[in-house]
Design a protein around this ligand. Sequence first.
Ligand code: NFS
Length: 664
Amino acid sequence: MAKKKVRTPQEASRDPAAVALLERALEIGAETCFYRADEITPCPIGAEGLCCRFCAMGPCRLVGDVDMGVCGATIDTVVARNFARAVAAGSASHSDHARDLAYTLLAAAEGHAPDYKIRDPYKLFEVARYLGVKVGDRPINEIARDVALAALGEFGRVQGELLYLKRAPAKRQKIWRDLGIAPRAIDREVVDLLHRTHAGNDQDAEHLLDQAMRCALADGWGGSMLATDITDILFGTPAPVRSEANLGVLREDMVNVIIHGHEPTLSEIIVAAAQDPEIIAYAQSKGAKGVNLAGICCTANEVLMREGIPLAGNFLQQELAILTGAVDAMVVDVQCIMEGLVPLAQRFHTALITTSPKVRVSGAVHIEFDEHRALEIAKQILRTAIDRFPQRSEVFIPDIRAQLVPGFSHEYINYALGGTYRGSFRPLNDAIIAGRIRGVVADIGCNNARLCHDENHYYVVAEFLKNDVLVVQTGCGAIASAKKGYMTPEAALEYAGPGLREVCEAVGMPPVLHLGACVDNSRILTVLSQMVSETGLGDDISDIPAVGMASEWMSEKALAIATYCVASGAYVIMGGVRNPVAGSPYVNQLITEGWEKKVGGRLEFLEDPEEIVRRSLAHIDRKRAALGLEEYNPAKWGKSGDWRIREVLELPLEERLQAVYGRR
Ligand code: NFS
């Protein structure tokens, strides 16, 4: 292959720890996804959705004079079908994750999974209410069993529509029903979409995209929301905790085990096993001080939020972690696992351990997880890691890490803002109405090796903070901000505009809130719905001055999330890489203006981060104006709290008294 221009480490990432390890990769001649992204030119036909691979008469590449496939499929159909297929795959991933959690809850409730218990009965009772399960004074395990069965029932619900839809504002539910896109059953919507996108089926772009919305809604208000809820029931609803982020959390003197993937079922038990005296003693017998756990991708977010386990990094740091030479085992389950880990792990002493019955990676060690024997398997995994510790050779851990305070579930936000006496979203709504907070942005989603790692996340978040926009994050975007230091209460003083800073100071919260893993984007839907029911910001999600974005997206899951957020009324921007529906101006118009007319939200793909910020702020201001709120004016704020004290402290006594008490 002809050599292409390869980016320097500084061009490939904005994260100094990643840069240091990319330099290390160059030094030792190791290949990473950054290098491969430079070497492989993305197919320009596929990138715009113009390659049809749905039957064996193709692949048909609809370029140049070719404007239909062998079967006659038009560009619009092919582009819409490709997009819809991605939404189906993304929805299936989140939802299948939820299904496994529901089975774990069932096994725990029936006494077949003794290492799990109901850690959050309050959440269980709340979820029981949503799912129509009687609580009364029944034993907790009986309620949990019925909740698990009701949750599992949502996947194959025979009649009616998903029960969780009633958690959305009434106006939103009506929009879905009137359009015929209220999801019926989670599996059904995925299967329906796969069916429609088979060759020779649905060949009307708009009709295909309607089902894409219905399928995505089954993810957002079904699979993902159930995954969040059941995780909270089993492992506890998150509340703020202190932790650290970036590769500097790895320890030279301990056995480092990275937990990477998505499902908390195994990682939570590994957290418990790592504290077991027997495991610690075994680690010590091999010369280590103990076992140090750190996470990558959404598994990281799950155990961070609940246990305070540090973050090693986001999606593009999985290979870099191995390059430290300090990772004794990387334990993976499902999703976002790069096959490129295998050759790297083989170069070092790292055991790459697959654990899911669904995921094997050739060349990795497979230790299959079974929730019925969870602790036993977790210990076996840790022993495998400990056995590798003496085989370490050169270790290179960049001494870079940042503090953070994650753990902002919607329950906690409610509590923090309103206090125990009356938990409420009122203060948040009031701060938006008054203009202290201009609006809310959710910057979520992945990293993408074709972009400069974390650059867009860092940039957009900094701009929004300056502009008094409260930022909420999940997934790998959240990990980016954690590493950058945006997620401490003190960060408000440094990065937030005057109004947002006042709010953060009053509540003691960071200006960027970590809401969890990607399935926890369902928490954002809940927050938005609660903001609507709190009144003052319109009567639907589409009225709120808010924008959703994935500024470095790469996965099909991100497209599913984007689609359910749009179908829930949000303006969503996918950043960085090419528009996957660019091949059809008609489809592009359908997902922008078309969807805006239908559901009040729109989906745009924008490569330029400055444009992302400009359009987001304009959207927020438009929504503020439509609500009749005062125009955003930062000059009004910043004269209270610590800020004011600091200003006053500088004054001579007389002036100080006058400033404080209005006296001479
Ligand atoms: Ni979300 Fe989480 Fe990260 Fe992207 Fe992958 S880990 S589920 S898909 S890369 S944010």
